[in-house]
Design a protein around this ligand. Sequence first.
Ligand code: XMP
Length: 257
Amino acid sequence: MPFKQKMEDANKRTGSNIVLALDLPLNKPGKLLIKAKEILKAVHTHICAVKLNRHLILPLGLFGDVQSLIGQAEDYELPTIMDCKINDIGNTNQIIAEHYFKAGFDAVTANALVGWEDGLLPVFDIARQSNRGVLILVYMSHKGAWEGYGQKVFIHENGRNVSQYKIFAQKALKWKADGAVVGATYPKKIKEVNSILGEEVPIYSPGIGAQGGQIQKALENGAKYLIIGRTITLSKNPSSVARDLKLATQRSLSKGL
Ligand code: XMP
Protein backbone atom coordinates (compact mmCIF):
# COMPACT_ATOMS: atom_id res chain seq x y z
CA MET A 1 0.00 0.00 0.00
CA PRO A 2 1.41 3.48 -0.88
CA PHE A 3 2.63 5.51 2.11
CA LYS A 4 0.02 8.27 1.70
CA GLN A 5 -2.74 5.69 1.87
CA LYS A 6 -1.11 4.00 4.85
CA MET A 7 -1.16 7.33 6.71
CA GLU A 8 -4.82 7.92 5.85
CA ASP A 9 -5.77 4.45 7.05
CA ALA A 10 -3.88 4.91 10.32
CA ASN A 11 -5.50 8.32 10.76
CA LYS A 12 -8.99 6.86 10.31
CA ARG A 13 -8.32 3.80 12.46
CA THR A 14 -6.84 5.70 15.43
CA GLY A 15 -8.88 8.91 15.11
CA SER A 16 -5.58 10.70 15.60
CA ASN A 17 -3.52 12.90 13.33
CA ILE A 18 -0.59 13.09 15.71
CA VAL A 19 2.78 11.86 14.49
CA LEU A 20 4.86 11.05 17.55
CA ALA A 21 8.41 12.43 17.29
CA LEU A 22 10.01 9.74 19.42
CA ASP A 23 12.95 11.88 20.50
CA LEU A 24 14.73 11.35 23.80
CA PRO A 25 17.65 13.20 25.35
CA LEU A 26 21.13 11.68 25.59
CA ASN A 27 21.14 8.64 27.83
CA LYS A 28 22.66 5.19 28.09
CA PRO A 29 21.70 3.24 24.92
CA GLY A 30 20.09 0.36 26.86
CA LYS A 31 17.92 2.75 28.83
CA LEU A 32 17.10 4.76 25.71
CA LEU A 33 15.62 1.74 23.97
CA ILE A 34 13.62 0.65 27.01
CA LYS A 35 12.30 4.19 27.52
CA ALA A 36 11.43 4.62 23.83
CA LYS A 37 9.55 1.31 23.80
CA GLU A 38 7.68 2.21 26.99
CA ILE A 39 6.58 5.55 25.54
CA LEU A 40 5.48 4.00 22.26
CA LYS A 41 3.50 1.33 24.10
CA ALA A 42 1.86 3.96 26.32
CA VAL A 43 0.79 6.30 23.51
CA HIS A 44 0.21 4.04 20.51
CA THR A 45 -3.58 4.32 20.57
CA HIS A 46 -3.37 8.14 20.52
CA ILE A 47 -1.09 8.58 17.50
CA CYS A 48 -1.24 7.73 13.80
CA ALA A 49 2.50 7.41 13.02
CA VAL A 50 5.97 7.47 14.56
CA LYS A 51 8.82 9.70 13.45
CA LEU A 52 12.40 9.00 14.47
CA ASN A 53 15.35 11.33 14.26
CA ARG A 54 19.06 11.18 15.03
CA HIS A 55 18.21 11.24 18.78
CA LEU A 56 17.74 7.47 18.65
CA ILE A 57 19.41 6.43 15.39
CA LEU A 58 22.86 7.68 16.45
CA PRO A 59 23.11 6.03 19.87
CA LEU A 60 21.09 2.89 19.04
CA GLY A 61 22.23 2.16 15.48
CA LEU A 62 19.94 1.60 12.51
CA PHE A 63 20.04 -2.19 12.15
CA GLY A 64 19.25 -3.73 15.49
CA ASP A 65 17.70 -1.66 18.24
CA VAL A 66 16.04 0.85 15.91
CA GLN A 67 14.64 -2.01 13.84
CA SER A 68 13.06 -3.46 16.95
CA LEU A 69 11.35 -0.10 17.52
CA ILE A 70 10.14 -0.09 13.92
CA GLY A 71 8.86 -3.62 14.50
CA GLN A 72 6.95 -2.43 17.57
CA ALA A 73 5.34 0.35 15.53
CA GLU A 74 4.44 -2.21 12.85
CA ASP A 75 2.77 -4.38 15.49
CA TYR A 76 0.57 -1.37 16.29
CA GLU A 77 0.03 -0.82 12.51
CA LEU A 78 1.65 2.60 12.75
CA PRO A 79 3.67 3.94 9.77
CA THR A 80 7.23 5.05 10.56
CA ILE A 81 9.03 8.12 9.22
CA MET A 82 12.77 8.75 9.33
CA ASP A 83 13.39 12.47 9.68
CA CYS A 84 16.80 12.36 7.94
CA LYS A 85 16.35 15.51 5.80
CA ILE A 86 18.16 13.98 2.82
CA ASN A 87 20.39 16.65 1.34
CA ASP A 88 23.25 15.33 -0.80
CA ILE A 89 24.10 14.27 -4.36
CA GLY A 90 21.83 11.68 -5.97
CA ASN A 91 24.09 8.66 -5.51
CA THR A 92 24.54 9.34 -1.80
CA ASN A 93 20.85 10.19 -1.37
CA GLN A 94 19.92 6.88 -2.94
CA ILE A 95 22.10 4.94 -0.53
CA ILE A 96 20.74 6.87 2.46
CA ALA A 97 17.16 6.11 1.38
CA GLU A 98 17.95 2.45 0.65
CA HIS A 99 19.35 1.95 4.15
CA TYR A 100 16.38 3.54 5.87
CA PHE A 101 13.86 1.66 3.72
CA LYS A 102 15.75 -1.61 4.21
CA ALA A 103 15.60 -1.06 7.97
CA GLY A 104 11.81 -0.82 7.62
CA PHE A 105 10.99 2.89 7.57
CA ASP A 106 7.92 3.80 5.51
CA ALA A 107 9.05 7.32 4.62
CA VAL A 108 11.95 9.76 4.73
CA THR A 109 12.16 13.55 4.85
CA ALA A 110 14.20 15.36 2.20
CA ASN A 111 15.43 18.86 1.46
CA ALA A 112 14.19 20.33 -1.84
CA LEU A 113 17.22 22.60 -2.07
CA VAL A 114 19.30 19.85 -3.69
CA GLY A 115 16.95 19.79 -6.67
CA TRP A 116 15.66 16.96 -8.82
CA GLU A 117 18.16 15.66 -11.36
CA ASP A 118 20.95 13.74 -9.60
CA GLY A 119 19.44 15.12 -6.40
CA LEU A 120 16.12 13.79 -5.11
CA LEU A 121 15.06 11.92 -8.26
CA PRO A 122 16.78 8.66 -7.14
CA VAL A 123 15.09 8.95 -3.74
CA PHE A 124 11.64 9.31 -5.31
CA ASP A 125 12.42 6.44 -7.70
CA ILE A 126 13.32 3.99 -4.97
CA ALA A 127 10.41 5.19 -2.80
CA ARG A 128 7.93 4.62 -5.64
CA GLN A 129 9.33 1.16 -6.38
CA SER A 130 8.81 0.10 -2.77
CA ASN A 131 5.59 1.97 -1.84
CA ARG A 132 7.51 4.26 0.51
CA GLY A 133 7.04 7.98 1.00
CA VAL A 134 9.08 11.16 0.65
CA LEU A 135 8.18 14.26 2.67
CA ILE A 136 9.62 17.56 1.41
CA LEU A 137 10.71 20.33 3.77
CA VAL A 138 8.90 23.50 2.76
CA TYR A 139 9.24 25.82 5.77
CA MET A 140 10.90 24.65 8.97
CA SER A 141 9.58 25.35 12.44
CA HIS A 142 12.58 26.99 14.12
CA LYS A 143 13.21 30.73 14.55
CA GLY A 144 15.94 31.02 11.93
CA ALA A 145 13.84 29.34 9.22
CA TRP A 146 13.31 32.68 7.46
CA GLU A 147 17.03 32.93 6.64
CA GLY A 148 16.79 30.07 4.15
CA TYR A 149 13.17 29.11 3.56
CA GLY A 150 11.98 32.72 3.69
CA GLN A 151 14.52 34.28 1.36
CA LYS A 152 13.38 35.77 -1.94
CA VAL A 153 14.48 34.14 -5.16
CA PHE A 154 14.79 36.21 -8.33
CA ILE A 155 13.07 34.46 -11.23
CA HIS A 156 14.89 35.40 -14.45
CA GLU A 157 12.03 34.39 -16.75
CA ASN A 158 9.57 36.96 -15.39
CA GLY A 159 11.76 39.29 -13.33
CA ARG A 160 9.78 38.59 -10.16
CA ASN A 161 10.91 37.72 -6.64
CA VAL A 162 9.32 34.63 -5.15
CA SER A 163 9.74 33.25 -1.62
CA GLN A 164 11.87 30.13 -1.42
CA TYR A 165 9.22 28.18 0.52
CA LYS A 166 6.65 28.81 -2.21
CA ILE A 167 9.07 27.40 -4.75
CA PHE A 168 9.61 24.38 -2.50
CA ALA A 169 5.84 23.93 -2.20
CA GLN A 170 5.53 24.00 -6.00
CA LYS A 171 8.31 21.41 -6.25
CA ALA A 172 6.57 19.18 -3.68
CA LEU A 173 3.46 19.32 -5.87
CA LYS A 174 5.33 18.75 -9.14
CA TRP A 175 7.34 15.86 -7.72
CA LYS A 176 4.18 14.30 -6.27
CA ALA A 177 5.66 14.25 -2.78
CA ASP A 178 3.78 12.30 -0.14
CA GLY A 179 3.82 15.24 2.22
CA ALA A 180 5.19 18.72 2.80
CA VAL A 181 6.63 19.85 6.13
CA VAL A 182 5.64 23.34 7.33
CA GLY A 183 6.24 24.50 10.91
CA ALA A 184 3.21 24.93 13.16
CA THR A 185 5.03 28.00 14.43
CA TYR A 186 4.13 29.74 11.13
CA PRO A 187 0.36 29.22 10.65
CA LYS A 188 0.14 31.86 7.89
CA LYS A 189 2.77 29.97 5.94
CA ILE A 190 0.75 26.77 6.37
CA LYS A 191 -2.20 28.55 4.78
CA GLU A 192 -0.15 29.88 1.88
CA VAL A 193 1.46 26.50 1.25
CA ASN A 194 -1.89 24.75 1.53
CA SER A 195 -3.30 26.99 -1.17
CA ILE A 196 -0.49 25.82 -3.47
CA LEU A 197 -0.73 22.12 -2.56
CA GLY A 198 -4.50 21.68 -2.27
CA GLU A 199 -5.60 18.12 -1.51
CA GLU A 200 -2.71 16.55 -3.38
CA VAL A 201 0.07 16.89 -0.81
CA PRO A 202 -0.79 16.72 2.91
CA ILE A 203 0.97 19.11 5.26
CA TYR A 204 2.92 17.71 8.20
CA SER A 205 3.44 20.30 10.89
CA PRO A 206 6.10 20.10 13.63
CA GLY A 207 6.64 22.69 16.35
CA ILE A 208 3.53 22.21 18.51
CA GLY A 209 4.05 22.85 22.22
CA ALA A 210 7.80 22.88 22.92
CA GLN A 211 8.47 25.30 20.02
CA GLY A 212 5.33 27.40 20.62
CA GLY A 213 3.04 26.23 17.79
CA GLN A 214 -0.66 25.75 18.53
CA ILE A 215 -2.82 22.84 17.46
CA GLN A 216 -5.89 24.81 16.43
CA LYS A 217 -3.98 27.39 14.39
CA ALA A 218 -2.02 24.71 12.53
CA LEU A 219 -5.15 22.70 11.72
CA GLU A 220 -7.41 25.61 10.75
CA ASN A 221 -4.76 26.83 8.33
CA GLY A 222 -4.49 23.49 6.56
CA ALA A 223 -2.10 21.15 8.40
CA LYS A 224 -3.21 17.53 8.17
CA TYR A 225 -0.75 15.82 10.51
CA LEU A 226 0.85 17.30 13.62
CA ILE A 227 4.35 16.16 14.56
CA ILE A 228 4.76 16.33 18.34
CA GLY A 229 7.84 15.29 20.32
CA ARG A 230 9.03 16.66 23.66
CA THR A 231 5.56 17.71 24.86
CA ILE A 232 4.80 13.99 24.94
CA THR A 233 8.16 12.26 25.36
CA LEU A 234 9.42 14.44 28.23
CA SER A 235 6.13 14.55 30.14
CA LYS A 236 5.57 12.59 33.35
CA ASN A 237 2.59 10.85 31.80
CA PRO A 238 3.03 10.50 28.02
CA SER A 239 -0.16 8.49 27.64
CA SER A 240 -2.49 11.07 29.17
CA VAL A 241 -0.69 13.96 27.43
CA ALA A 242 -0.97 12.20 24.05
CA ARG A 243 -4.63 11.42 24.70
CA ASP A 244 -5.34 15.06 25.62
CA LEU A 245 -3.53 16.25 22.49
CA LYS A 246 -5.54 13.84 20.36
CA LEU A 247 -8.78 15.08 21.90
CA ALA A 248 -7.69 18.68 21.33
CA THR A 249 -7.05 17.97 17.64
CA GLN A 250 -10.45 16.27 17.35
CA ARG A 251 -12.15 19.28 18.95
CA SER A 252 -10.34 21.68 16.60
CA LEU A 253 -11.28 19.61 13.56
CA SER A 254 -14.93 19.32 14.57
CA LYS A 255 -15.11 23.12 14.99
CA GLY A 256 -13.93 23.48 11.43
CA LEU A 257 -16.63 21.19 10.03
P1 XMP B 1 9.39 18.79 19.28
O1 XMP B 1 10.02 18.22 20.51
O2 XMP B 1 9.82 20.19 18.99
O3 XMP B 1 9.96 17.83 18.11
O4 XMP B 1 7.89 18.63 19.26
C1 XMP B 1 9.81 18.08 16.74
C2 XMP B 1 10.50 17.02 15.96
O5 XMP B 1 10.37 17.32 14.59
C3 XMP B 1 11.64 17.73 14.07
N1 XMP B 1 11.40 18.98 13.41
C4 XMP B 1 11.32 19.13 12.12
N2 XMP B 1 11.44 18.25 11.16
N3 XMP B 1 11.02 20.00 9.63
C5 XMP B 1 11.29 18.70 9.90
O6 XMP B 1 11.40 17.91 8.95
C6 XMP B 1 10.89 20.93 10.56
O7 XMP B 1 10.62 22.09 10.32
C7 XMP B 1 11.05 20.46 11.87
N4 XMP B 1 10.95 21.09 13.03
C8 XMP B 1 11.17 20.15 13.97
C9 XMP B 1 12.58 17.89 15.22
O8 XMP B 1 13.91 17.59 14.86
C10 XMP B 1 11.99 16.91 16.18
O9 XMP B 1 12.40 15.59 15.86
